[in-house]
Design a protein around this ligand. Structure first.
Ligand code: GLU
Length: 485
C-alpha cells in the first residue's frame, strides 16, 4: 500500500444520490490506480436525519457496484472508529486544545437573536454574517449567561485582518477566497456535537487522508477547513473538487430534472448492470485519452487520473447510459441475464414454473437485443405467454386476406407438424425450404407469418419465436389466423 489514502464520507440521511456515488467511484479509482487505501467514513452528526438504515443503503449500493472499501465502517481498520458519532471524545479533545489556545470562543446568542442580527443586516443591505458579538465576553458575563440556562456553541475566531485564502485544487486550480467573506463559524453545536467543518478536519487529519476528492458543493467550505488546519498547525490534504452533474436540461441533476433517475437504488431496481453504471459514471467528468467509451473496470483503473478530470460540469445523458447498458446486457453471460430477469418476469405475473431452463434462456437471449435495462424485458415477452393478441386487428386481418397468404400459412403449418425437433437452427432451414417451394417470398412470406405468430409487425427473429412457442402453440396461432381468411 502507498501513502495515498482517500475517503468517501457520506451522511446517512437518505438514498444515495448518483452524484455521491460518482464521488465514491472517483475516490475508489484514484486509490486503486495508486495502490492506495479507500476508506468509508460515515458522517452521521446530523442526528435528526441520520439513520442506520440509510447507512446500510450506502453499504449495499457500494457493494452492488463493487466499490469495495479497504478500511472503514463494517470492515474496521487502524484509524477507527469510522462513524463520527463514535468519535465525539476525539472532537472534544481537539476543541479543548483550541479553547486553551484562545482560537475559539463560546457564543451564547440564541437562534432568535441570530435571526434579529441577520434581519438587521438584510435591512442595511449587508450580507448576513455573525457579528462576533460574543468574541470578547468577560468571564463574569459568560457566567451570567450560563446561569440563564443558555447553552453555548463554540465558534472559530476567523482572523480579523483580511487575508487571502488560496485553495490549491487539483481539478479547479488555485481558487482564492477572502477571509472577509467568512464569519466566525460554529465548530461545536450547543448539544456538544461537532459541525461538519470541524469534524471533517479532525477526521481527515487523524485518518491521514492524503487527498480529499469530493463534490464542488463543498468548495466553499474548504477555506474554512483550511483555516482550521492552519490553527492546528497541520498540513492540509490535497483537494480535488468534482464538477457538478447536470441533467440534459443543463440544470443541476435533481429529482425534478425528469428523465434521469437520481438515486443509485433506482438504477439497481430497474435492472441496470453495475458494470455498465460504473463505466458510465467514470466518464461523467473524466475523459480518457482515447475516444473509446466501453471500458472494463480494470481498464478504467489503469487509465484513470485526476489530471483527466474535467473542470466543466458533466451532463448526464440518459440515452447514452441506456445504450451502454444495452451493450452490456447483450455482451453479458446469458445465465447472468436470465437470473436477473427472473424476478421481473415473476413480478409481472408470468408463470415460469413449467418452463425449462433452456426455454427461458432462449426467450431471454431472443429479446435481450431490444432492451436497455432488465425491467424492460417484461414488455418484450408477452407474445411468448398465453393467448395471442393482434396489436392492430384490422391491419392484421387485411394482411391475412392478401393473395396466397393461406398457402403460406398452410405450408408452414404442415412443415411444423412434420418437424421432430424445433431448434432455432432446424427452423431456420425449414423456413428457407418453405420459401423456396412457395410462389411468394420475402415480405409476402414473412409479414403474414409474423402477424400470425406474434400479432405484431416487427420483433425478434421468427425462427427463435417458433422455437420458443413450440409446435402446439405455433399450430394454434396459425389456425387462428387461417380462420380469419
Ligand atoms: N458528509 C459530507 C457529504 O456527504 C462529506 C463531504 C466531504 O467529503 O468532505 O457531503
Amino acid at each position: 500500500m502507498s501513502d495515498i489514502r482517500v475517503r468517501f464520507a457520506p451522511s446517512p440521511t437518505g438514498q444515495i444520490h448518483i452524484g455521491n456515488i460518482r464521488t465514491a467511484l472517483f475516490n475508489y479509482l484514484f486509490a486503486k490506480e495508486n495502490n492506495g487505501t479507500f476508506i468509508l467514513r460515515v458522517e452521521d452528526t446530523d442526528q435528526e436525519r441520520s439513520t442506520s438504515e440509510f447507512e446500510e443503503v450506502i453499504q449495499q449500493e457500494m457493494n452492488w457496484l463493487g466499490l469495495k472499501w479497504d478500511e472503514g465502517v463494517q470492515v474496521g481498520g487502524e484509524y477507527g472508529p469510522y462513524r463520527q458519532m463514535e468519535r465525539l471524545e476525539l472532537y472534544q479533545q481537539y476543541i479543548q486544545q483550541l479553547l486553551d489556545q484562545d482560537l475559539v470562543y463560546r457564543c451564547y446568542c440564541t437562534p432568535e437573536e441570530l435571526e434579529q442580527m441577520r434581519e438587521k443586516q438584510r435591512q442595511n443591505d449587508e450580507a448576513p454574517r455573525y457579528t462576533g458579538k460574543c468574541r470578547n465576553l468577560t468571564a463574569a458575563k459568560r457566567e451570567e449567561l450560563e446561569s440563564e440556562g443558555r447553552k453555548p456553541v463554540i465558534r472559530f475566531k476567523v482572523p480579523q485582518q483580511e487575508k487571502e485564502i488560496i485553495v490549491k485544487d487539483l481539478v479547479k486550480g488555485d481558487v482564492s477566497f477572502s477571509s472577509e467573506v467568512i464569519d466566525d463559524f460554529v465548530l461545536v453545536k450547543s448539544d456538544g456535537i461537532p459541525t461538519y467543518n470541524f469534524a471533517v478536519v479532525i477526521d481527515d487529519y487523524l485518518m491521514e487522508i492524503s487527498h480529499v476528492i469530493r463534490g464542488e458543493d463543498h468548495l466553499s467550505n474548504t477555506p474554512k477547513q483550511q483555516l482550521l488546519y492552519d490553527a492546528f498547525g497541520w498540513e492540509a490534504p490535497q483537494f480535488a473538487h468534482l464538477s457538478m452533474i447536470l441533467g440534459s436540461d443543463k440544470s443541476k441533476l435533481s429529482k425534478r430534472s425528469g428523465e434521469a433517475y437520481v438515486y443509485v437504488s433506482q438504477y439497481r431496481e430497474n435492472g441496470y448492470l453495475p458494470e455498465a453504471l460504473i463505466n458510465f459514471l467514470a466518464l461523467l467528468g473524466w475523459s480518457p485519452d482515447s475516444e473509446e467509451e466501453l471500458f472494463t473496470q480494470e481498464e478504467i483503473i489503469e487509465q484513470f487520473s485526476l489530471a483527466g478530470v474535467t473542470k466543466s460540469p458533466a451532463v448526464f445523458d440518459v440515452e447514452k447510459l441506456n445504450w451502454m447498458n444495452g451493450m452490456y446486457i447483450r455482451n453479458a453471460d446469458l445465465e447472468q441475464i436470465v437470473n436477473l430477469a427472473i424476478p421481473y418476469l415473476e413480478e409481472a405475473g408470468y408463470n415460469l414454473e413449467d418452463k425449462s431452463k433452456e426455454w427461458l434462456e432462449l426467450v431471454v437471449d431472443t429479446v435481450r437485443g431490444s432492451i436497455d435495462y432488465i425491467a424492460e424485458i417484461t414488455e418484450q415477452v408477452d407474445l411468448f405467454f398465453g393467448e395471442i393478441e393482434y396489436e392492430d386487428y384490422d391491419q392484421v386481418v387485411e394482411t391475412f386476406r392478401e393473395d396466397q397468404v393461406d398457402l403460406v400459412l398452410e405450408t408452414l403449418k404442415e412443415k411444423v407438424v412434420n418437424l421432430n425437433s424445433l431448434t432455432p437452427q432446424k427452423i431456420k432451414g425449414m423456413l428457407k425450404e418453405a420459401m423456396n417451394e412457395l410462389p411468394v417470398g420475402g415480405r409476402l412470406f414473412y409479414h403474414p407469418l409474423r402477424f400470425a405468430l406474434t400479432g405484431q409487425g416487427s420483433g425478434p427473429e421468427l425462427y427463435n419465436i417458433i422455437s420458443i412457442l413450440g409446435k402446439e402453440e405455433v399450430i394454434n396461432r396459425l389456425d387462428k389466423a387461417l380462420a380469419l381468411i
